[in-house]
Design a protein around this ligand. Structure first.
Ligand code: NAP
Ligand code: GDD
Length: 363
């Protein structure tokens, strides 16, 4: 029998990779989308129209829409990925973030219960290493105490506890994956890794002068999103509902990421100075390419995330280092070099066409 999965947040980075993964496994895949004035669904455009891929309107802030979609699809598995996922934005929109990232999880759990699916439907909750926040130990594992350090993290902490509560109160198979940062060529352009790879490509191809960043010393455990969605699935195939840390076990700074991304586009950066005065200089030309701007500082910043994926490796057989840090940066840089080259080509075509129209060469 073909299994049915429902993915909230299917248009996001993880949702798009997970949809591909589940379709390959032979699932009937349903995803939720939000109404928007522009149809911008780039990450799943290649899946639309496939016979086993279906989209439904639902919003994490709207219980009725979630009830309708859960009742209609009656999924065997739900992957609750939808969230306001940007930490810095959560300081500007704390109430919205709480509604979507905290109460939204409760709405999904209740929809499952109210539709009579509590005994049959397995639920994956997209939890986060941000729960460790102002970290109390390094590296972090499933037993490390939480100390959330942003409105986003506080909202996600509610999601984590309400999932645990429904597991214990109603015996539901619901689990949290405590995922450390995972990136890809599909990462949103305002997260630090993608901001860097896109800027490196643009600077290399003469489309941008400089890159402005915030805290260069922040440390992260960065993995490849495509590897991480496999783990979401493995968590729901486990015999018992349990929470897992998903990480690579390798840590780098934002500065390291930057240096490597520029290296892959052929620019060797040298950093000097401290805090807001730190600069990244092109060794070959002496030009300052990276500067620090306090606009990208956060009121409270999480600066030392480093995960211990031993439990996932031992109990789920998951390989945390399938894609190395170096391979991840290369994948992202190569994709952005190609994207920028295409943008330049289309700019050239537009300019030529405008000139030809003006001169009457084409009509
Ligand atoms: P993402 O690219 O920002 O995708 C978020 C998804 O949620 C998008 O599909 C978005 O829809 C949807 N969404 C946002 N608000 C919504 C609402 N009110 N109702 C319905 N859908 C809504 O995030 P991601 O990187 O794929 O992350 C997936 C999940 O994992 C998130 O919950 C995130 O917090 C969590 N997480 C991510 C990481 C990471 O490093 N990537 C690590 C730990 C945990 P639109 O396309 O319409 O905006
Ligand atoms: N976004 C951004 N932009 N971050 C910057 C910048 C900048 O210009 N300069 C430095 N940083 C630092 C941030 O202060 C933070 O310490 C680090 O780079 C990573 O920032 P993000 O890439 O925005 O990711 P995040 O770690 O805050 O959050 C991501 O990972 C979480 C898991 O730990 C998101 O995907 C969350 O949804 C996820 O839960």
């Amino acid at each position: 029998m073909m299994k049915t999965a429902l993915i909230t947040g299917v248009t996001g980075q993880d949702g798009s990779f997970l949809a591909e993964f589940l379709l390959e496994k032979g699932y009937e895949v349903h995803g939720t989308i939000r109404r928007s004035s522009v149809d911008y669904r780039e990450r799943i455009a290649h899946l639309e129209g496939l016979p086993h891929f279906h989209l439904h309107y639902a919003d994490m802030g709207d219980s009725m829409s979630l009830l309708q979609v859960v009742g209609k699809v009656r999924p065997d598995e739900i992957y609750n990925l939808a969230a306001q996922s940007h930490v810095q934005v959560s300081f500007d929109s704390p109430e919205f973030t709480a509604d979507v990232d905290a109460t939204g999880v409760l709405r999904v759990l209740e929809a499952v219960r109210l539709c009579g699916l509590a005994a049959t439907c397995r639920i994956y909750q997209a939890s986060t290493s941000e729960l460790y926040g102002k970290v109390e130990e390094v590296p972090q594992n499933e037993n490390t105490p939480f100390h959330p350090y942003s409105p986003y993290a506080v909202a996600k902490l509610y999601g984590y506890w309400i999932v645990k509560e429904y597991r214990e109160a109603y015996g539901m198979f619901c689990c949290s994956g405590i995922l450390f940062n995972h990136e890809s060529e599909r990462r949103g352009e305002t997260f630090v890794t993608r901001k860097i790879t896109l800027a490196a490509a643009r600077i290399r191809q003469g489309k941008q002068e400089k890159l402005y960043l915030g805290n260069l010393s922040s440390l992260r455990d960065w993995g490849y999103a495509k590897d991480y969605v496999e783990c979401m699935w493995l968590i729901l195939q486990n015999d018992k509902p349990e929470d897992f840390v998903i990480a690579t076990g390798v840590q780098h700074s934002v500065r390291d990421f930057c240096r490597l991304a520029f290296h892959y586009v052929g620019i060797e950066l040298e950093f000097s100075g401290e805090g807001e005065n730190e600069k990244g200089v092109d060794k070959a030309t002496g030009k300052v390419l990276v500067e620090v701007s306090s606009d990208f500082y956060r009121p409270t910043d999480v600066v030392n995330l480093w995960g211990d994926p031993s439990k996932a490796r031992e109990q789920l057989g998951w390989n945390p280092v399938k894609t190395s840090f170096e391979q991840l940066v290369k994948i992202m840089v190569d994709a952005d070099m190609e994207k920028v080259a295409l943008e330049r080509a289309s700019d050239r075509i537009r300019t030529n066409l405008a000139e030809y129209l003006e001169k009457g060469i084409v009509k």
